[in-house]
Design a protein around this ligand. Structure first.
Ligand SMILES: *Cc1c(COP(=O)(O)O)cnc(C)c1O
Length: 456
């Protein structure tokens, strides 16, 4: 069946780009659990979420039934600045590995922000603008989300306030300046600007911050300023919806050549790229049309799926956000300081959590030295310098391809290459100097963190 000559890169034309996002929740028989109010345990409805989120985004967040949601023309115009993104057949990697497997990757690093996050940033900024807001607040860890949002806000002439985890703010000054170039204001978190920031600083003086803590600050900043709302770059249902553009494009490109993947692999931090990549394929599986293997890859130092609990938990450290039911390590969990590989969020998308719980998705935890080995191997043959986050997926794609080498099976593997690693050279440097170590949290550490989970 697969006898056509498959090019190294499959590019779609602009008019082949999706005109609707695909909402995988519509095909799930067990829907993801609703966000709940931490005080009362009651599900959060439209009115409850309005002080924090934009109206249209709340509708998307709560919509478990509409299968196709139109992508507004202005967002599609913006997408055309950097999409469709290429689907690459990794011929050089296959050759290097001497594997009979056929490896494809969808490359989302083809824009200045360097990751897939722009796909949701422009959507969220668009709906904020459409609602007549002045600006948005957000957190950023490594900086990719903040950069993406800054770009989207600059395009739409919207104010953008970014709370950046302090350690990244100090270690990644260039990321910070990219955001400022796009007009964002960037504050190291925890900061003195918010009451939650002041409280965290008082309790943990000298802390270098965490994503959960920056989220708390950004939420407070949105709620306390007129005409501002908070936006989040991952985890939420709406973000997975926007990221479905990745999987939809990949599917159109593969269908053109009659290629059907056996295994689909993505790295998982909060779950947005993986959710987006697998969505249309998962939809087929949920409707009973086809079977695929889906693999989520996470760091062994922050193993939400493989060692977390499926429970209601706070999305943030400061405990100001609603509770989400997800695989979590506890909102107080902070990965060890030697962890350089990204994907350090304590929780996981409720959609992916439900799918994992129901057995539709596998998960694998990998150690960062193994991840950087794969990253380097990939860079040397495929040319692209991958982000450490993306390299988790590369690791498992290579592992699966090597299994095929042993068994002689010609499996087709698709993985998400979410971004480039130019701002992660300190981590690469550690790896090259042999200074990178692996840290795996002990069961006792995790148990202590689970003990803090909210009791509903
Ligand atoms: C943010 C990011 C991720 C992880 O986020 P998800 O929401 O899990 O997709 C992965 N890769 C890159 C390059 C990122 O910037």
């Amino acid at each position: 069946m697969e006898n056509k000559n498959i090019p190294y890169k499959i590019y779609l034309s602009e008019d082949e780009m999706p005109k609707t996002w695909y909402n995988v929740r519509a095909d799930m028989s067990h829907k993801p659990a609703p966000l709940v109010n931490p005080g009362t345990g009651a599900p959060m409805g439209f009115e409850d979420l309005r002080p924090v989120f934009c109206d249209e985004l709340i509708r998307q967040e709560l919509d478990n039934d509409t299968r196709e949601i139109p992508i507004p023309q202005e967002i599609r115009n913006f997408y055309k600045m950097y999409r469709p993104s290429p689907l690459v057949r990794a011929y050089c990697l296959e050759e290097k590995l001497q594997t009979p497997a056929k490896i494809y990757y969808k490359f989302e690093g083809n824009n200045t922000s360097g990751s897939h996050k722009l796909n949701s940033a422009i959507a969220q900024a668009y709906y904020a603008k459409a609602q007549g807001l002045k600006g948005v607040t957000t957190e950023t860890g490594a900086g990719q989300w903040g950069t993406a949002l800054s770009m989207a806000c600059a395009y739409l002439n919207l104010d953008c306030q970014v709370y950046m985890v302090k350690v990244s703010y100090e270690q990644k000054p260039f990321r910070r300046e990219v955001m400022r170039t796009y007009g964002a204001s960037v504050t190291p978190s925890p900061s003195e600007l918010t009451s939650v920031g002041r409280a965290i600083l008082k309790e943990h003086p000298g802390t270098t911050g965490s994503l959960g803590c920056a989220i708390s600050e950004a939420v407070e900043a949105a709620a306390s300023q007129d005409g501002y709302r908070y936006v989040l770059g991952s985890v939420l249902n709406q973000v997975l919806l926007h990221q479905s553009v990745i999987g939809l494009e990949a599917k159109v490109a593969l269908d053109k050549y009659g290629v059907v993947p056996d295994i689909i692999i993505g790295c998982a931090g909060g779950g947005s790229n993986l959710g987006g990549l697998i969505s249309p394929f998962m939809g087929q599986q949920l409707r009973g049309e086809r079977n695929y293997r889906f693999i989520a890859v996470e760091p062994a130092s922050c193993p939400s799926f493989t060692r977390g609990k499926f429970a209601y938990d706070f999305c943030d450290t400061g405990k100001v956000c609603p509770l989400a039911k997800m695989y979590t390590l506890g909102s107080g969990f902070i990965p060890s300081a030697n962890h350089a590989g990204g994907l350090r969020y304590h929780g996981m998308s409720p959609v992916l959590s439900q799918l994992y719980h129901d057995g539709y998705l596998e998960a694998r935890a990998v150690e960062q030295t193994k991840v950087f080995e794969a990253a380097e191997q990939f860079a040397r043959v495929e040319g692209i310098l991958p982000a450490p986050e993306s390299s988790h997926a590369i690791r498992v794609a290579i592992d699966e391809a090597l299994k095929c080498k042993e068994t002689g099976e010609e499996k087709t593997i698709l993985f998400g290459l979410t971004g480039t690693g130019y701002f992660d050279m300190v981590a690469y440097e550690k790896f090259h100097n042999g200074e990178m170590t692996d840290y795996i949290p002990s069961d006792e550490e995790l148990a202590a963190s689970f003990a803090q989970l909210p009791q509903l």
